[in-house]
Design a binder for this molecule. Structure first.
Ligand code: NOJ
Length: 928
């Protein structure tokens, strides 16, 4: 027994070593190698020992509650005691604070620092202010973030109460700000739910010179790496402001499960970090990244969601600097500690009855996910690289020959002339326009890679250098580093003049071809010669702000600039651009899709792709997928099948492979693998109307497309740590991908109710929530419908989504125990922004005890656009379904009868060709 344990431990160690070897860990700092992280963790320990904080309090004379733009405004004073603990205090630093209650259960507060306008050690091109513009990039331009009407209790003075209370008019939210010991208590419906600075970990490392530094520290602080960086790869950092981190703690009362803060290759439920590294948010290039790790990755969204049955809260830390987050689960609460290297403390709190509403409120502020072109939610065929025009057109025709639908083919790095972006390799792609035209014949699209680094010494980089549009060194010269093309410069898309130059370049490149799209890769930015694989932190961007302060949002500025340029360049001005970005920040969901970067063709990476995608989905960024079937390496046929079975549910569905991997386009696969993969891709295409409707719902209220169980059934205690199965949008489709080698069955958790196995439509009833073992031979994907749902499909095979646009519809009705079901269909032209001016159709279907009705909620002026017929209505025979012999159909004053066919095992009935059209109101009554 002991031996077995020992052996399994050794095995575990070997597995872990195997994983840590995947990515060169030592390139990235640990918390103890990062000055500001170590200092703040130390401060936290000291404060917890001391259990009191005397340094930070609100100056009561500074409080303003009327005639201001905010619900509450005041100064926090930071008092640094004199060195020898003498009578007179040393120095007082003024930290302006505002607190707002916003409509819809939101609270925002900000803590800034009044700073001198000069820098003793600095150069005058550096902006001396703390960076307070992250919200401008993260928030949607049209978001309403002005404070709601509030009631304020002003009895703190003269009765000397130590707090002030701000209450929303509807009394849903109230906020109590404590003065002498700075602390904010947040109440939802009268209950205390969240405490800010509960553990007194507020720390604002204020502006000071090297000479003043030691004398301006609080007794609980360390001076480690205040004015230097001793980490092997970032020693050159000039740290012009010295220490300037901001940190704060939040306690979520009554919460034991927190989620979010991507990007990490980790479980959906975040782990306790008391004995490990904190989670780090710092956009970096992590080829073959580590799994089950808190190390940073390509993107950062600083939103954490805590949830339990009946309540959920979100903490959005609006800061784009290098950030670490500690999590401590306590029995009745979750304690979190947020530490950022620079910038201001800008926080938005969301309070709601369930997590779905938190995600929705967050996207009300940061923008709803885009509604992408319908073709872009079809299948994407990518590889590093398709070598030339012939190669591209061969893949294109071979897919058709094998009967495999697809919509996008991709050109990676090597299509360029010598890795110079905005050029084509002349011999390989002599006539890109001809190639684009050929692809367009079947409605297909091409994506080309354009990275933000530009090889030096060619017309494009020269234009960027001469117009001073590149990222600068701190002496204002243009920064040069190394990436794919060798020595390169980086476009500074934080600067508005640089964005104009970028627009000009994209415009020239797109050549008016509306089926040409863009992939912004390496935009963390990835810099092979840079510290931690990225940009030196003392580089400068537009506005004179350091890379240190804006690092995590640089990638967003690149893809937003690209998106805006694409929109303006298309000849059809109403065309929706498709754009993929590797790096992202809060707000990226408005304009680009993303993916989980450089994974590996093995089972662990397949497994982790599900929680990674779920995490992005719940933080408002659902258009995500992982490279199928693993970027590096060659998948076994079994892994490849299982990966397509899982990947067909990723909102972004793309096959991609490394330049050294063997070719694995689906038509090249041996039978029976090829047919199995073909049928999986066809399943995605048949469900495109359902997927598109889910994308539409998400674009309206920000909710996920892949939903973890606790998003659909937050009332169930047992689902809060399930991250290997999920629902597609609000459609009732429940998926459990197989992610284990050799598995022929899986354990699926079912909430109570009536369920159907998707293919056979065989029903089974679950009395109380429980796990069931389900057969899952290799060709089978465990897929179920929760009773109560109507699914919309298009069942005819076509070569691309464009060719399906007018195909007939199949309705699949899966009633619940009460014999009821409902569903929705949203559709539009799938390509342009015309839907914004009402050119769409929105239909509800309802079924109750044998009666199915369609209701048109919205129809465009030209209904002919959506004249699809309904060719089949399938009704599952759940417990309450009828045994009918014919159906009576009604449309206006017309009535007619249609026969009913029974399936072989009598699991469902079918009404074929019911003579109905999508854009009409009708009803159907089953008769015995
Ligand atoms: C890195 C990306 O993550 C990968 O997908 C791409 O193939 C290579 N860059 C080459 O461009």
């Amino acid at each position: 027994m002991h031996l077995t344990n020992f052996a399994s431990r050794i095995l575990l160690v070997l597995v872990l070593i195997g994983q840590t070897l995947a990515f060169t860990d030592y390139l990235l700092k640990s918390c103890s190698q990062s000055g500001f992280c170590l200092r703040n963790r130390h401060y936290a320990r000291e404060m917890q020992k001391a259990r009191k904080q005397e340094a930070y309090s609100i100056d009561p004379t500074s409080i303003q509650t009327q005639d201001t733009d905010h619900s509450f405004q005041a100064n926090i004073l930071k008092r640094v005691p004199s060195q020898n603990g003498g009578e007179a205090s040393g120095k007082t630093i003024v930290l302006p604070l505002f607190v707002d209650i916003l409509d819809g259960g939101k609270v925002r507060f900000k803590i800034n620092e009044l700073r001198n306008s000069t820098l003793e050690r600095g150069v005058d091109v550096i902006n001396p202010k703390r960076y307070d513009e992250a919200y401008m990039w993260a928030f949607d331009k049209s978001a309403n973030v002005s404070p709601a009407d509030v009631d304020i209790s002003t009895s703190y003075w003269p009765s000397r109460r130590d707090d002030i209370e701000i209450k929303s008019k509807d009394s849903e939210v109230s906020v109590r700000v404590h003065l002498t010991k700075f602390r904010i208590e947040i109440f939802y419906r009268g209950k205390l739910v969240l405490v800010v600075n509960d553990r007194m970990l507020l720390n604002v490392e204020h502006q000071r010179s090297l000479q003043e530094n030691a004398s301006q520290k609080l007794p609980e602080e360390l001076t480690f790496n205040d004015f230097e960086d001793s980490f092997q790869y970032s020693k050159e950092d000039s740290l012009p402001f010295g220490p300037e981190s901001v940190a704060l703690d939040f306690t979520l009362i009554g919460i034991n499960d927190v989620y979010g803060i991507p990007e990490h290759a980790d479980s959906l439920r975040l782990k306790d970090t008391q004995n490990t590294e904190p989670y780090r948010l710092f956009n970096v290039d992590v080829f073959e990244y580590n799994l089950q790790a808190k190390t940073p990755m390509y993107g950062a969204i600083p939103l954490m969601i805590g949830a339990k049955p009946g309540f959920a809260a979100g903490v959005f830390w609006v800061n784009s600097a290098d950030t670490w987050v500690d999590i401590e689960y306590d029995e009745s609460e979750t304690k979190t500690h947020w530490i950022s290297e620079a910038g201001v403390i800008d926080v938005m709190i969301f309070l709601a009855d369930n997590p779905l509403e938190v995600t929705s409120a967050y996207t009300e502020v940061t923008g709803r996910p885009q509604l992408p072109m319908i073709s872009s939610i079809g299948y994407h065929q990518c590889r590093w690289n398709y070598n030339d025009e012939k190669d591209v057109l061969t893949v294109d025709s071979q897919m058709d020959k094998a009967g495999i639908p697809y919509d996008f083919i991709w050109l990676d790095l090597e299509y360029t002339d010598d890795k110079k972006f905005f050029t084509w390799k002349p011999d390989a792609f002599p006539n890109p326009e001809r190639m684009l035209r050929k692809l367009w014949k079947l409605g297909r699209n091409l994506v080309t890679l354009i990275d933000p680094h530009l090889k030096i010494n060619y017309n494009v980089s020269e234009l960027v250098e001469t117009s001073k549009s590149s990222v600068r060194n701190h002496d204002d010269s243009s920064y040069h580093g190394h990436c794919w093309p060798g020595e390169s410069i980086w476009i500074d898309t934080l600067s508005s003049s640089a964005r104009k130059v970028w627009r000009q370049l994209i415009d020239g490149f797109l050549m008016n071809y509306d089926n040409l799209h863009i992939w912004n890769d390496m935009n963390e930015p990835s810099i092979f010669s840079g510290p931690e694989t990225t940009a030196p932190k003392d580089l400068l961007h537009g506005g004179g702000f350091e890379e240190r302060s804006v690092h995590n949002l640089y990638g967003l500025t690149v893809h937003e600039a690209t998106y805006e340029a694409m929109k303006e360049s298309y000849s059809n001005k109403a065309k929706r651009p498709f754009l993929l970005t590797r790096s992202f920040f809060a707000g990226s969901q408005r304009t680009a899709a993303t993916w989980t970067g450089d994974n590996v063709a093995n089972w662990d990476y397949l497994h982790i792709s599900v929680p990674m995608c779920l995490t992005n989905n719940i933080v408002g960024y659902p258009f995500i997928g992982a490279d199928i079937a693993g970027f590096s390496g060659d998948p076994t046929p079994e892994l490849l099948i299982r990966w397509y079975q899982a990947g067909v549910w990723y909102p972004f569905f793309r096959g991609h492979a490394h330049i050294d991997a063997e070719r694995r386009e689906p038509y090249l696969l041996q039978e029976p693998v090829r047919s199995i993969v073909r049928d999986i891709i066809r399943l995605r295409y048949s469900l495109l109307p359902t997927f598109y409707t889910a994308f539409h719902v998400s674009s309206i209220n920000g909710t996920p497309i892949m939903n973890p169980l606790f998003y659909v059934h937050p009332e169930l205690e047992g689902v809060y740590d399930i991250d290997d199965q999920f629902y597609l949008g609000q459609t009732g489709l429940l998926v459990k991908p197989v992610t284990e080698e050799g598995a022929t069955e899986v354990s699926v958790f079912f909430p109570s109710g009536l369920f159907y196995e998707y293919e056979s439509m065989k029903s089974f009833s679950i009395d109380k929530p429980r796990r069931i073992t389900i057969d899952a031979p290799l060709e089978k994907l465990p897929l179920f419908i929760e009773g109560g749902t109507i699914i919309v499909r298009r069942d005819r095979y076509r070569r691309s989504s464009k060719l399906m646009a007018n195909d007939p519809i199949t309705l699949l009705v899966a009633p619940n125990k009460e014999g009821r079901a409902s569903g929705k269909l949203y559709t539009d032209d799938g390509e342009t922004f015309a839907f914004q001016t009402g050119e769409y159709i929105d239909i509800s279907f309802d079924y109750e005890q044998g009666v199915l009705t369609s209701r048109i909620n919205h129809k465009p002026s030209d209904g002919q656009l959506f004249a699809s017929k309904i060719e089949k209505i399938i009704i599952a025979k759940g417990d309450a379904a009828q045994s009918s012999s014919y159906a009576l159909l009604k449309k206006g004053s017309n009535e007619w009868m249609q026969s009913v066919e029974y399936s072989e095992e009598s699991n469902f009935i079918t009404i074929k060709n019911p003579h109905l059209n999508l854009q009409e109101m009708w009803s159907m009554i089953l008769h015995g």
